[in-house]
Design a protein around this ligand. Structure first.
Ligand SMILES: Cc1cc2nc3c(=O)[nH]c(=O)nc-3n(C[C@H](O)[C@H](O)[C@H](O)COP(=O)(O)O)c2cc1C
Length: 414
């Protein structure tokens, strides 16, 4: 009987344990978590979502405060078009986050940054260019392009000295999206180093419509593997979404995937950035508590716990401090939904906005409890303490459980 450790992900001469801990913004996949994955010989991810805020927490910078002060005069204005990011600050925040993590890296594994195209930041091209270049400058091992089609992102890095040496990969949810990417980037003469196929059971945003339940990861992965083989294109395929045990992972590794990307199991690790109380919510969840809805202003469906405080919260848009989802013309679907509610209830002190959520505010405050579809099984991965709470796990324990387990077994903590 095979286990994950019988396989290796190969990048040229480098061989890795084929386990990738996926990016989880905003700082849910912390540096500590990524460092553990790398130390154990796999791949960990930082997220580049809201990096100035992450820098403030990690390094005591005051980037968000400074931005808020600068745009304070605009707080009551529903027009957010003047709110721009200082590109120097963005570069500096990214550099700090990435550089300090890379300096702390031990072991044979790698650390990548998860870069979401949907963070359009009221200047999509300029801000993305800076985020990508700064991560490369700061020595990141690789970049995973996610949440969006990223058709032009390779082009934005093409002049960077590390364009051909850093590992660059993309996340897709269909063969069609991969084909489109390859076609659009053919002239750069640089293939992605890996392609992550993320199925409909993943956490965070989904690359599917609300008909996500009609799709399944094994089918899409097989299509992608077969296509690349037929075309004789040599790109490792990595399966992601709903892979809960080592045996689940082995079934993908035996059918052509070069590695798996996992996240949900690590949401209850000690190293994960979620607050302790929120980790308990993940443990407690039952299958009925997990929903996919359309409250994310990005337009993508998102999976989350249904008791997440972000649902229905009517906070004033916080674009003066954040503004990560402003689309380039100062618009965000939450602002529209919020203004609509305010117009309906002009005298109300507190309003509820059901259609959309202020994702920046709620992700920043860990009040949008996004999760994978297997979250309800987390309680089976640990022990319960006398006070009824669940014991969180070390990332090493979870990683090794994926690496060595057989027969769908899950090792409980000692
Ligand atoms: C809490 C949470 C946050 C996530 N945030 C992101 C993100 O910011 N960007 C991204 O590309 N994927 C995100 N994902 C998806 C994961 O990186 C990963 O591909 C997927 O969840 C793997 O499936 P699993 O959770 O069933 O193991 C997130 C997943 C979770 C559970």
């Amino acid at each position: 009987m095979k286990r994950v450790d019988d396989f290796r992900l190969k990048f040229g001469k480098k061989e890795l344990v084929p386990i990738i801990v996926g990016g989880m913004g905003v700082d849910i996949s912390t540096a500590e978590l990524a460092l553990e994955a790398a130390r154990l010989g796999g791949i960990g991810h930082l997220s580049d979502a809201m990096v100035p805020d992450v820098s403030d927490r990690r390094f005591n910078t005051k980037f968000v405060k400074d931005k808020t002060r600068f745009f304070k005069h605009n707080i009551d204005n529903s027009d957010k078009s003047i709110i721009k990011f200082d590109l120097g600050v963005l570069a500096e925040a990214t550099r700090r986050h990435v550089e300090s993590t890379m300096q702390a890296k031990r072991g044979e594994g790698l650390i990548f940054v998860n870069c979401m195209e949907k963070l359009t930041m009221n200047a999509p091209r300029e801000t993305l260019t800076v985020r990508l270049a700064s991560a490369l400058d700061a020595g990141i091992d690789g970049i995973t392009l996610s949440a969006g089609l990223h058709l032009g992102s390779f082009g934005l890095m093409a002049d960077h000295p590390r364009f051909r040496d850093a590992k660059l990969g993309i996340i897709v949810s269909s063969l069609r999206a991969l084909q489109l990417f390859l076609r659009k980037n053919a002239k750069l003469n640089r293939l992605p180093d890996y392609v992550i196929v993320e199925g409909p059971l993943a956490g965070g945003h989904l690359g599917f419509g609300m008909d996500w339940a009609q799709y399944d990861l094994a089918t899409i992965t097989t299509e992608v593997v077969r296509y690349l083989k037929t075309e004789q294109i040599d790109i490792p395929v990595i399966a992601a979404g709903g892979i809960f045990t080592g045996s689940d992972a082995v079934s993908f590794l035996e059918t052509g995937s070069a590695a798996v990307q996992v996240a949900t199991r690590f949401t209850v690790s000690n190293e994960c950035g979620l607050p302790t109380k929120v980790k308990q919510e993940y443990f407690k969840a039952s299958e009925d508590d997990i929903v996919v809805n359309t409250i994310s202003p990005t337009g993508y469906p998102m999976r989350m716990l249904k008791n997440t405080p972000a649902i229905g919260a009517g906070v004033r848009p916080n674009c003066e401090s954040y503004g990560y989802l402003l689309d380039g013309t100062g618009h965000c679907a939450y602002i529209t939904a919020y203004n609509h509610e305010v117009a309906l209830h002009p005298d109300a002190k507190i309003i509820s906005v059901m259609d959309k959520t202020c994702l920046c505010t709620h992700m920043r405050n860990f009040n949008c409890w996004t999760c994978g579809s297997t979250t309800y099984r987390l309680k089976d991965t640990t022990k319960r303490k006398e006070d009824g709470s669940y014991q969180t796990l070390s990332a090493e324990h979870i990683f090794k459980d994926y690496q060595f387990s057989v027969n769908q077994k899950i090792a409980l903590p000692g």
